[in-house]
Design a protein around this ligand. Sequence first.
Ligand code: IFM
Length: 459
Amino acid sequence: MSTLAVPQAGTRLRFPAGFWWGASTAAYQIEGSAGDDGRAQSIWDTFAAVPGNIENGDSAETACDHYRRYAGDVRLMAELGLTAYRFSVAWPRVMPDPDAKPDPRGLDFYDRLVDELLAAGIRPTATLYHWDLPQAIEDRGGWAVRETASRFSEYAAAVANRLGDRVAMWNTLNEPWCSAFLGYGAGIHAPGRTSYADALAATHHLLLAHGRAAEILRARCPSAQVSIALNAGTVRPATGTAADRDAARMIDGMLNRIFFDPLLRGSYPSDVVEDTAWVSDWSFVRDGDLAEISQPLDAIGVNYYQPDVVAAGDGPLLPYPTRGRVSWRPPDGPVTGMGWAVDPSGLHETLVRITRDYGSIPLYVTENGAAFDDAVTNGRVHDPARIEYLRAHFSAAHRALADGVDLRGYFVWSLLDNFEWAFGYGKRFGLIRVDYESQERTPKDSAFWYRDVIAAGGF
Ligand code: IFM
């Protein structure tokens, strides 16, 4: 790795000129207007309607009402000084009927959003798939079947045709690990299936969908960057014993290398194929697939929250097909409102490791942030824990830059408090508080702090 000259004065941390300062959201978590303008049902609507699947019985039917309030939300982004905004496009809005043409009303919404962002000087960064598969496609087998990758190409082409002249960066998929392993393996995300074999098939079909979409985006949007956002993480053995190290190897394989290897090396890791041979023969991989999956990419997005610490031994039923050979160690330091470890060193380690193992590809932190139990006091939200969390993680990212990682930008999760999947509205990740009754937005202290970081190019 070559070491970049990162401007730094005294103890102040400066990020390179042109660094992207962003915030991320996802369609299902903020848009609401679930039945408007022809939007079809997604797997998350179906899943959320089952009692017990979502805490408090919450539904995303209204969420942050962003579908109707997007212009005001872009104004708030501009006040923060964001230079990029990462949103996702809802497949069930764009292609409500998988056998029909795209619905222009769904595309119109993203068209307006992109124009609003550009008018505010904010780079539109679009994710094509952030987990909201049309239910009609799940009914035909979902990600466990190959055909879904073909349906995704049609959807990707429709979005590229409409927005491709203005989007600055594309993420084909967001966190395909969650879609495959939580959705089809553990059943705690939509569509709620519990088959390890399906989780592995879904992984491959998601990657195939990515590769085909990347090819389409590259051809139709030559000036945009093409990328994918992975929930990359560092996996640490609880002790230095050979058994614990082997447990860490296994989980690293099924969290990180199962995605990075096919994308950047054109092959699946042989240890992962061996470890999972008891649930699948991997016959879903066909000749030519890996060439399609390993399309050249302009960047990789890293969504980082916490490291995994694992040991050999009997774990509870987990998303991973480990045959009970791995158990998780709970965090032994500070945690966020999700109970997730606050460990910025894991971000540094992840960024450095990707660069070391896969070569110097431009990286963006496409998600990082924390939920805490915020309170409103006299119209203000004082959230020092979130500020401290962000300061520590930005510092870790800066160390990675100094160590030669080609880090180009950082998107905080999330712009707004929103629908946190199976946790409903109970977990607040936003820089901006949302009162779900009145839809009032209140920038938290962390939003003002972030605004100052962006203005100064560091802190
Ligand atoms: O809210 C999610 C997001 O949709 C995907 N990445 C993790 C976030 C926090 O759990």
